[in-house]
Design a protein around this ligand. Structure first.
Ligand code: CU
Length: 170
């Protein structure tokens, strides 16, 4: 029986020895645990979120005060003459404020919405009337810069005295 035990011990010793050799073999060293670290470089994706600055695409050009004098001018130029339509009524002119360029040929196209009215502006020799259903053309050269008041020249009612308008020559 002792021989059998001895063989078992020898067998165990041999097995342990073999296991020891296998464990020390260089093959086991190649099992690296570093690989999982590389994928972690991916977290660079989130930087896409902060790029929400697009809505700030407002035009800085809008701040520049572009001098556009023509935008203030009344009516429209037809064959070199600035035509401005004015409607008289009790007791106002519409529009009651017109703007033209200096030395510009101006043609006022006057009509009335109710009764007879007139328009007077001595600075430019203007003195005309308009009857219901009619159209009166008044032409003059705006040769003087300034702000001038024109007024109704036909007694048209209780508000007649305050029926005025303004011509600005720039
Ligand atoms: Cu009047």
């Amino acid at each position: 029986m002792e021989k059998v035990r001895f063989r078992k011990w020898m067998l165990m010793a041999v097995i342990l020895l073999l296991l020891g050799l296998v464990a020390c073999s260089p093959a086991g060293e190649e099992i690296s645990m570093d690989e999982p670290d590389t994928p972690e470089g991916a977290p660079q994706a989130p930087p896409d979120d902060p790029i929400v600055e697009d809505p700030i695409m407002e035009d800085p050009i809008m701040d520049e005060p572009a001098p556009e004098p023509d935008a203030r001018l009344s009516g429209r130029v037809v064959n070199g003459v600035r035509e401005i339509e004015i409607e008289a009524s009790q007791f106002e002119f519409t529009p009651d404020s017109i703007i033209v360029n200096q030395n510009e040929e101006v043609r006022l196209i006057l009509t009335t919405a109710d009764v007879a009215h007139g328009i007077g502006l001595s600075q430019f020799g203007i003195n005309a009337t308009v009857n219901p259903g009619e159209t009166t053309m008044i032409e003059f050269t705006a040769d003087t810069v300034g702000v001038f008041t024109f007024f109704c020249t036909v007694p048209c009612g209780p508000g007649h005295g305050a029926m005025t308008g303004q011509l600005e020559v720039i």
